[in-house]
Design a protein around this ligand. Structure first.
Ligand code: HEC
Ligand code: HEC
Length: 173
């Protein structure tokens, strides 16, 4: 599914990671180390505007799912958001951006985007996501009842509240 040639990876990183290097003192452990996201719960300070705007086309992706630099990239490219236009007024943009950054700062995940140049980073293409789902087949992700890997709520019913416990996972038929 993912293209992983070093050349492509290098060009993707050049596009997406330029200027966004995270200050990360775990670096000596290697870029490719598997890292788990932190702070996956629904933040108490979640603004309504974020729920309305960022939950209108798809489920709400909690800030803990991506590192701050990735959210910055998301918010900087809303006019070309995976083929959709998700642009916002300045005040809304600022409120949502501040919220996302504030609540993902605990994450020291690298900004990962592998295989689709021209798109902002995806949760579903991070190393930890692939790692956690290596037993879930492409066929299951592509089921009509699931709607693709990005639709976490299909299998993790309370994903929008940050509940990804594998005891409560259920893949629909
Ligand atoms: C106009 C519709 C629309 C709006 C509004 C919208 N998105 Fe999206 N978003 C999309 C589409 C389409 C995709 C790609 C879905 C796919 O490939 O399965 C996407 C994907 C994403 C992904 C990546 C999911 C993955 O594959 O890991 C993130 C993160 C995301 N959106 C965040 C946001 C945020 C934050 C906002 C609010 C600022 C927002 N979206 C508003 C349409 C929208
Ligand atoms: C097709 C169903 C399906 C979809 C869609 C899906 N997952 Fe999962 N997920 C699973 C299954 C099944 C497991 C348990 C894997 C295992 O234990 O081997 C899992 C495990 C996880 C875990 C680890 C839970 C633990 O207790 O260790 C996390 C975190 C997670 N998923 C996050 C996500 C996120 C975030 C999304 C959406 C971007 C998502 N998942 C989409 C099926 C899915």
């Amino acid at each position: 599914m993912n293209l992983r040639t070093p050349l492509l990876l290098a060009s993707v990183l050049a596009v997406f990671a330029g200027g966004y290097t995270l200050a990360d003192d775990d670096d000596h452990e290697g870029k490719d180390r598997y890292r788990r996201p932190k702070g996956l719960g629904m933040p108490a300070d979640a603004p309504q505007i974020w729920k309305d705007e960022c939950g209108s086309c798809h489920m709400l992706y909690l800030p803990g799912l991506l590192p701050p630099a990735a959210w910055q990239l998301q918010m900087d490219t809303l006019a070309e958001h995976y083929g959709s236009n998700a642009s916002l007024e300045t005040a809304e943009y600022q409120e949502i951006l501040d919220f996302l950054l504030r609540n993902s700062t605990r994450n020291r995940l690298p900004v990962e985007s592998r295989g689709r140049p021209g798109e902002p980073p995806r949760v579903t293409e991070t190393r930890w996501f692939e790692d956690k789902h290596d037993e879930v087949s492409t066929e299951k992700f592509q089921r009509e009842s699931v709607g693709g890997p990005a639709n976490c709520v299909a299998c993790h019913r309370d994903a929008e509240r940050g509940d990804f416990d594998d005891d409560r996972v259920k893949i629909p038929r």
